[in-house]
Write a protein that binds this ligand. Structure first.
Ligand code: MMA
Ligand code: CA
Length: 177
């Protein structure tokens, strides 16, 4: 058992050392912070180099902060969603002309239409993003959408325009990251 005297000594030492430790810790925090910032800077640099290689090889296209890519395979809409998610992304969803153009690159390269991340809305003859948000940009082909709700998915033609289409067709898998 600890004698009361020893207990008080230990308690005193702890209360004396604790502020010292805290002061030391706080003193070194900026250093740890600097090292962290340096590590983050290096990782960002490595990532931007890798992105440069992928762009040089035309394996990805980019617009704004988004990156688009394909594996060159075709699949129906449901499988496309799954494949893109498995890759850590989602199905290509153009939100502006720049993104539409970046997706179009692959549609032209593989000469194959691609499903987009747009689906029929519960509101008749309207379409929306997969998360339910309404479209703020569209690029429908003339006289589209034409399916009157029967065509629940949307594909991109080789001129970049959109067509509502049944979801069971084989289309180029284009994902966004
Ligand atoms: C197909 C089908 C439709 C599209 C029309 C355009 C005949 O149906 O792809 O989605 O709207 O062609 O002519
Ligand atoms: Ca249509």
């Amino acid at each position: 058992m600890l004698s009361p005297q020893l207990f008080h000594k230990i308690l005193g030492a702890v209360f004396f050392l604790l502020p010292c430790c805290l002061v030391l810790l706080i003193g070194f925090l900026p250093l740890v912070d600097d090292e962290m910032e340096e590590v983050i800077r290096q990782i960002e640099h490595q990532i931007s180099k890798l992105e440069g290689v992928l762009r040089l090889e035309n394996m990805v296209t980019a617009s704004g902060g988004k990156i688009f890519a394909t594996n060159g395979e075709k699949a129906d809409f449901h499988t496309t969603l799954k494949k893109c998610e498995e890759a850590g992304g989602s199905v290509a969803t153009p939100r502006n002309p720049g993104e539409n153009f970046a997706i179009l690159y692959f549609v032209k390269k593989f000469n194959s239409y691609a499903y987009l991340g747009i689906k029929k809305s519960p509101i008749p003859s309207k379409f929306q993003f997969l998360d339910g948000i309404q479209l703020s940009y569209t690029n429908w082909h003339s006289n589209e959408p034409s399916g009157k709700g029967e065509e629940e998915c949307v594909e991109m033609y080789t001129d970049g325009t959109w067509n509502d289409k049944r979801c069971n067709q084989n289309r180029l898998i284009v994902c966004q990251f």
